[in-house]
Design a protein around this ligand. Structure first.
Ligand code: SAH
Ligand code: CA
Length: 237
């Protein structure tokens, strides 16, 4: 399918669809993963349905955060108690709805995605999750949209095109409040970050560069949580 489609779509757009496909993310055994999920708060019925609908009818369903990571994001957001959240990479809206659970009264989550094809589906689920007015969707390239947002953020979730993680970090950090948190997903990239530099593809190289930038940045404190495909949690000091 990739071959056939590549005749019709530009390289840049193809990257948005296929480049993010992440084939293997099983760092722990299936049984332990199932146990961890079984002893994690259940998804709400709306999130469960969004998960199911994404798996059934949307390209690249592995990109969805899913039950365990969704609860991790919701829990972190509830601990942070943010007024303003930014998400880069909406996809079908699963992580946006999870992160919005921690919003304080009057709080707002901005979420950005370059793919407008999913926005009707996202809008339906935002409404059904009771998040109307709390989640603002932006369609376009995050690199263009972020500078137009007149906000400072308590929490940022970076989860879009991996090549731009270093650029998103540079752009976002000045817009994060002191004590605010940035979470970046897929920072282990199925284990590809362990490869030699010569074997890395562009996405892996960018993720490794991002991890190195964060690790050597004296403005932040950070912990790489090996949850699912790796979550880098960064606190601006
Ligand atoms: N956060 C979602 C998954 C996001 S998948 C979840 O956890 O459920 C990554 C998304 O990033 C895709 O929907 C893709 O369209 C989007 N994306 C890729 N490049 C982008 C860019 N330059 N700007 C904004 N969004 C981008
Ligand atoms: Ca992700």
């Amino acid at each position: 399918m990739q071959f056939v489609l590549s005749i019709f779509i530009s390289n840049r757009f193809k990257n948005h669809i296929f480049g993010l496909y992440n084939p293997a993310m099983n760092f722990i055994s299936e049984q332990l993963a199932a146990y961890a999920e079984a002893f994690t708060q259940e998804e709400s019925p709306v999130l469960k349905e969004l998960n199911r609908e994404t798996q059934a009818g949307v390209l690249m369903p592995r990109m969805l955060s899913g039950h365990l990571q969704g609860r991790v994001l919701a829990m972190l957001s509830k601990l942070i108690r943010p007024m303003r959240i930014l998400e880069i990479g909406t996809y079908t809206g699963y992580s946006a709805i999870c992160l919005s659970e921690g919003l304080q009264p009057g709080g707002i989550l901005h979420t950005i995605d370059i793919n407008e094809e999913l926005s009707d589906m996202v809008r339906v689920f935002i409404k059904r999750a009771g998040c109307n007015g709390k989640i603002i969707m932006h369609t376009g390239d995050a690199l263009d949209i972020i500078p137009t947002l007149d906000e400072t953020f308590d929490l940022v979730f970076i989860d879009a095109d991996k090549e731009n993680y270093p650029a998103y970090y540079d752009m976002i950090l000045p817009m994060v409040k002191q004590g605010g948190v940035i979470i970046a997903d897929n920072v282990l990239w199925s284990g590809n970050v362990l490869k030699n530099d010569s074997e890395m593809d562009d996405e892996t190289r960018a993720i490794h560069k991002f991890n190195s930038m964060v690790q050597s940045d004296s403005r932040v404190e950070n912990v790489l949580l090996p949850v699912r495909d790796g979550l880098m949690v960064i606190r601006k000091t």
